[in-house]
Design a protein around this ligand. Structure first.
Ligand code: ATP
Length: 360
């Protein structure tokens, strides 16, 4: 009997349900074709619409389902007009990262179809690097608890040795795996602001200590502002970048822009025991319910889920399906008739997703 994997599904708000439905269809298709693993999807309520109905953005029951699942698929949650009483937008996906200690935010920046990138990429250059954003602390540590006084406001940045060590180990191991697959030069760059802040000097110190344990991987450091420049000027030079939460938040959006937009930028938030796979984009309320959303970032995130499950459970069929799925999207991207408006096409969400199914 093939192993059954329980997948918690957060359909979320805005365009969330529209991009999740075809993604599940595609995953079911792959699983039934391979017949070597099964996926048992469990719909899990949370988000802004759920908050309006129940007063809870991330109910305990949903968190329990997520905790007991093999992996979590999430589209996007939150809506600009649905806010907590202090004016902040709810972000159950960030609560989930903290609750499940998903410290490694994995944001691949892979430019397979150069025509969608705003960069002029030389023919002989390949852009294929991974940005790892710490996702549980940093400047997001005080989220929702910042101090606001009469004429002053403060937020606290937190960097811990424990999480930083785990984060850097994750980055070095990823660089090792990529090197084995011939996809990277075997180099990790720590992105920080160690010249200005003691907390980042501490962060860099831990990076350098961890680097000594990986003699086969090159380690270097760069300042976050300079990295923003280099990501535009010479993105083909990077393999694995690792950084604090807020810098990662900003740089991953830049990475998505380099690829051609949020519609094709996948991501994963990974811890020691759990992982959430979700597109980099938000709920895009401006196009929700119109069958206009690009489903590729969600589908590529599902491919990352198969890859992660395949490695974790030593299931080579899942690993193969992960590659198949990523390559199917990359192939579909080559035909403008199959891409959505954000990429200059005219295809609907359903048409774009069906093209991936057909390609598979
Ligand atoms: P969040 O704060 O939740 O990350 P955001 O405010 O940054 O969200 P998004 O919801 O990601 O914003 O949307 C930013 C812009 O990108 C919007 O104009 C939206 O329509 C567009 N966009 C986002 N995702 C997609 C998608 N999958 N397909 C097409 N357009 C998208």
């Amino acid at each position: 009997m093939s192993k059954k994997f329980k997948i918690a599904v957060f359909e979320g708000d805005g365009i969330g349900p529209e991009i999740m439905a075809p993604t599940i269809r595609i995953l079911n298709h792959l699983a039934s074709k391979a017949n070597e693993y099964q996926l048992d999807f469990k719909s899990t309520p949370a988000g802004a619409a759920h908050y309006l109905k129940t007063g809870e953005a991330l109910p305990k029951k949903s968190l329990d389902i997520a905790r007991s699942s093999d992996a979590i698929l999430l589209s996007a949650m939150g809506l600009p007009d649905v806010r907590y009483s202090d004016g902040t937008e709810m972000s159950p996906q960030i609560d989930l990262r903290k609750e499940l200690v998903l410290f490694a935010g994995v944001r691949p920046v892979r430019i397979s179809a150069k025509e969608y990138s705003p960069l002029k990429i030389p023919k002989d250059r390949e852009v294929d690097f991974v940005l790892i954003r710490e996702s549980t602390e940093g400047l997001f540590f005080s989220q929702g608890n910042g101090e606001v006084m009469q004429d002053e406001a403060r937020e606290t940045l937190r960097i811990t040795r424990d999480i930083s060590e785990k984060l850097f180990r994750f980055a070095f191991n990823l660089a090792k795996d990529r090197k084995k697959l011939g996809r990277g030069s075997g180099e990790v760059v720590c992105v920080d602001k160690a010249n200005m802040f003691r907390a980042f000097a501490f962060f860099r110190g831990i990076f350098e200590q961890e680097a000594e344990k990986y003699p086969d991987i090159k380690a270097s450091s760069a300042y976050a502002d300079v990295m923003a420049l280099w990501m535009v000027q010479k993105p083909w030079e990077f393999d694995v970048l690792v950084t604090e939460n807020m810098f990662g938040d900003i740089l991953s959006e830049l990475g998505a822009g380099l690829m051609g937009g949020l519609g094709i930028a996948p991501s994963a938030d990974i811890g020691l025991d759990h992982a959430v796979f979700q597109p980099c984009h938000g709920t895009a309320p401006d196009i929700a319910g119109k069958n206009l959303a690009n489903p590729f970032a969600m589908i590529l995130s599902a491919a990352m889920m198969l890859e992660w499950l395949g490695i974790k459970h030593e299931n080579k069929f899942m690993s193969l399906d992960a590659i198949k799925l990523r390559e199917a999207v990359e192939k579909v991207l080559q035909d403008k008739n199959n891409v959505t408006r954000d990429l200059g096409g005219a295809a609907s969400t359903s048409k774009a997703a069906n093209a991936v199914l057909k390609q598979l």
